[in-house]
Design a binder for this molecule. Structure first.
Ligand SMILES: [Fe+2]
Ligand SMILES: [Fe+2]
Length: 231
């Protein structure tokens, strides 16, 4: 397991740091945009929660703007073409289940997997971030918990009807998450983050919410092992 370097050893203004940060910053900016688009799609699929989901979507756009400011603060141009490609498999998977009106699967992807991943990533980034980005990221994490909580509440209330759909989607998405993590590993390490710590944090949070919505401990272990343990 690689060691997380302490904040003071990172040179935020070095070319090496800024080069890696251009891709990481691109990913968070594009990721917040994807999250916005997903919540707006969910607002169409769940008209009874339209106002709330639209509000959650707007929060994601504010996050996008905040992360754009983090890039500007370090004089970094986010690599958005890279980020666009990075999110393609996940976007296609979301669009497929949304096209089949599978609300449970949509919420598993956006409100559980993406939000748990974002919370784990931001949580691991905060100790190694520059002062400006640390403050921005701390306030964003609180919002992501609210998004996660919407997904947990809905999925728990509708667990019996969507259980099979969640198992299928989990099996499809976790290998995609693993691929995404592998792609970003080298850049994450350059800005002081450990892939292994991030993976463990994500799996811990994801397993916890799976059990909150109704999966047994045995099922959670099986679900979490689909594609990620081998990473
Ligand atoms: Fe967000
Ligand atoms: Fe979010």
């Amino acid at each position: 397991m690689s060691q997380i370097r302490v904040n003071s050893t990172l040179d935020f203004h070095s070319d090496a740091y800024r080069d890696s940060f251009s891709r990481i910053n691109g990913i968070v900016i594009a990721g917040e945009q994807e999250a916005h688009d997903n919540f707006i799609r969910l607002a169409e699929l769940l008209p009874e929660h339209c106002d709330l989901l639209t509000r959650l979507g707007k929060m994601e756009l504010r996050h996008r703007k905040s992360f754009e400011a983090c890039g500007r603060n370090l004089n970094v141009t986010p690599d958005l073409p890279f980020a666009e490609q990075f999110f393609t498999p996940l976007r296609q998977a979301f669009q497929t289940v949304a096209g089949h009106q599978q609300v449970g699967a949509c919420l598993l992807i956006q409100a559980l997997i993406v939000e748990c991943f974002a919370i784990a990533a931001y949580h691991n980034y905060i100790p190694v971030a520059d002062d400006f980005a640390r403050k921005v990221t701390e306030s964003i994490v609180a919002d992501e918990h609210e998004h996660l909580s919407f997904g947990v509440t809905w999925l728990k209330a509708n667990f019996a009807e969507v259980k099979a759909e969640l198992e299928t989607t989990n099996r499809q998405i976790l290998p995609i998450v693993r691929q995404m993590l592998n792609q970003v590993e080298a850049d994450a390490e350059k800005i002081g983050m450990s892939k292994q710590a991030l993976l463990e944090d994500f799996l811990g949070r994801y397993g916890e919410v799976l059990s909150q919505i109704g999966f047994t401990t045995r099922e959670v272990i099986w679900l979490s092992s689909q594609g990620l343990r081998k990473a």
